[in-house]
Design a protein around this ligand. Structure first.
Ligand SMILES: *Cc1c(COP(=O)(O)O)cnc(C)c1O
Ligand SMILES: [Zn+2]
Length: 461
């Protein structure tokens, strides 16, 4: 039988290791973000031999048993898989807001419209702060709680953000009374994103720069060890985000999709998804890998450019020269110097990946098209959908194949984008699928006329 949650945690452990292959290692309670020897990013390494002592069927049964219901916090989509995330963390130090366990929608009408059979939308934005950033932030803030409990002086947790990271950081910190500082590029985040950290009591600083400028400042700032850095160069967040692959496979009854399509900005999430699949395969939970598609906005496409210049073949050794990110409706991925590009390239190489891009018109139309079939897509999800449509039209992704698109945020956080599209007021774009509201007189006749114009009698299918 499956052991109780906490007994399960005891025999497993994880630590930091240099992702570039030096022999640097550190405890997860150390304040360290880069390898002191080569300056490479770190990754969390697990004692896989210990994890393997439990068979795939046992893992699946344990995760299924906890899913959405086990004793707090194991019903969380992230903490239900605690042994694979941060096994030795004291359960009492988990700061959870019931993240993960997000819906997986099957979009049959949309799949048919774009010439495919099976498209699933993993709605990572249906969560406490409305984006997938909750998955990683719960791990990072829990780690901070553990460090503080052990007496480490952490004055505040800080991040640079295109909007969603700061919302998640502020909420999780507020949930445990931990001070947070967020650096936002002034005028480049939505009202909904700005008001979230304000409401949660963070120190909200708006800087006259872009995201890359905020990132430079926050990296300097976190040289002082009592300001803890919450950006995704911090690999604790990747560990939480990787559970999204596990959850996706779990929701597909422990089977693997043929393709996973994900929008990429700083590229932490694409790397995380790759890590999740690789760990599952290592532990025998799955026996094959999906192909990974990273979708970038044409306006902020450093990875796309680097891979295209290499003949379209992503490899871990590619350099990704920074670009100046131009304004895009997909504001959360308006990033020119992605911190996790090497991590993402490793994932792309391992998962036989593709990098493709989408323009503003394409992302806006793709979002609207999926919405017509019941979705409510944020612009970043629009980028992923537009890329999916391209790859389907090109015959790269074919009928009979099963595709999962990672939806990264809730559409309601980007209501200006959605309202602008349907009002036809997005600058430089034509709204081919717009569905503006219709002003009518407050009479039965006027309403009936409007209905008759839109849905002529006898037009029922
Ligand atoms: C952060 C974010 C992304 C990009 O994720 P990365 O890990 O930076 O590539 C995409 N969409 C939304 C809505 C985000 O908030
Ligand atoms: Zn190193």
């Amino acid at each position: 039988m499956t052991p109780p949650p906490d007994a399960a945690a005891a025999p497993f452990s994880a630590w930091y290791r240099c992702a570039e292959g030096c022999d640097f290692r550190a405890e997860l309670t150390e304040v360290v973000y880069r390898c002191p020897r080569c300056q490479g990013l770190l990754e969390v390494e697990h004692d896989v031999a210990a994890l393997r002592r439990r068979g795939p069927e046992e893992w699946k049964a344990l995760f299924d048993q906890r899913y959405r219901r086990a004793p707090w916090p194991f019903g969380s989509g992230v903490w239900g898989k605690k042994e694979w995330v941060y096994p030795q963390l004291a359960a009492a130090n988990v700061v959870s807001m019931a993240e993960g366990a997000s819906p997986l929608l099957r979009l049959d009408g949309y799949a048919r419209e774009i010439g495919l059979d099976e498209v699933w939308l993993k709605e990572c934005g249906v969560t406490h702060t409305g984006s997938f950033k909750d998955l990683g932030m719960t791990v990072l803030v829990s780690a901070v709680k553990e460090m503080r409990a052990r007496g480490r002086a952490i004055r505040a947790v800080a991040c640079a953000s295109t909007g969603d990271t700061s919302a998640a950081l502020a909420a999780y910190c507020a949930a445990d009374g931990i001070p947070s500082v967020v650096l936002l590029p002034r005028g480049k985040v939505t009202v909904a994103q700005l008001v979230q950290p304000i409401a949660n009591g963070a120190l909200v600083l708006e800087l006259d720069t872009d995201f890359d400028g905020c990132m430079r400042v926050v990296q300097e700032l976190s040289r002082t060890p009592d300001i803890y850095l919450a950006n995704s160069m911090n690999s604790l967040r990747i560990e939480g985000q990787k559970t999204l692959s596990v959850e996706l496979v779990q929701q597909l009854d422990w089977t693997v999709p043929d393709w996973v399509v994900i929008p990429g900005g700083n590229l932490g999430n694409a790397s995380a998804v790759g890590r999740g699949f690789l760990l599952m395969r290592e532990l025998g939970v799955i026996d094959r890998l999906p192909r990974l598609v990273v979708a970038q906005a044409e306006q902020a496409n450093p990875l796309y450019r680097a891979v295209a210049a290499a003949g379209g073949r992503p490899s871990a050794s590619l350099e990704v020269p920074p670009v100046t990110a131009r304004k895009t409706l997909a504001s959360a991925i308006q990033i020119g110097a992605p911190v996790s590009s090497r991590r993402a390239l490793r994932a792309l190489e391992a998962l036989d990946g593709i990098v493709e891009q989408a323009g503003e018109q394409e992302l806006a139309d793709a979002a609207a098209r999926a919405d017509r079939h019941g979705a409510f897509s944020c612009p970043h999800t629009g980028v992923a959908l537009a890329v999916l449509e391209k790859l389907a039209a090109r015959g790269t992704i074919r009928r009979g194949e099963r595709v999962a698109v990672i939806s990264t945020a809730h559409g309601l956080k980007f209501s200006d984008f959605k309202v602008g599209y349907h009002e036809g007021t997005l600058p430089g774009l034509s709204s081919r699928l717009r569905n503006p509201s219709v002003p009518v007189a407050a009479t039965l006749g006027a309403v009936q006329d409007a209905i008759a114009r839109r849905f002529p009698a006898g037009g029922a299918r």
